[in-house]
Design a protein. Structure first.
Length: 85
């Protein structure tokens, strides 16, 4: 299990376009990618569940990656957050 925390910097937060890209990215890996905000956890590959978190600018999220390719998946997801959100 690998994890990191991130504070959302995008003015709009995790809106439809980046949420769709994040969901697609999470599906590329065998590992499970979980996004947690305010005690609620969802699988990042499930777009509607991801959107249900209502992640806004300034929110802190925790990303947990578990599985056989977790290191590579975590690096890719972390890069996505830093470049996009």
């Amino acid at each position: 299990m690998k994890e990191f925390s991130y504070i959302i910097k995008d003015e709009i937060g995790l809106h439809a376009r980046p949420a769709g890209k994040l969901s697609a990215l999470a599906k590329e890996w065998q590992s499970e990618v979980i996004i947690e905000k305010g005690g609620k956890e969802v699988n990042a590959s499930r777009l509607m569940m991801l959107m249900s978190l209502g992640i806004k600018n300034g929110d802190e999220v925790r990303v947990v990656v578990t599985g056989e390719d977790e290191e590579e998946a975590l690096d890719a997801i972390k890069r996505f957050f830093e470049e996009t959100l």
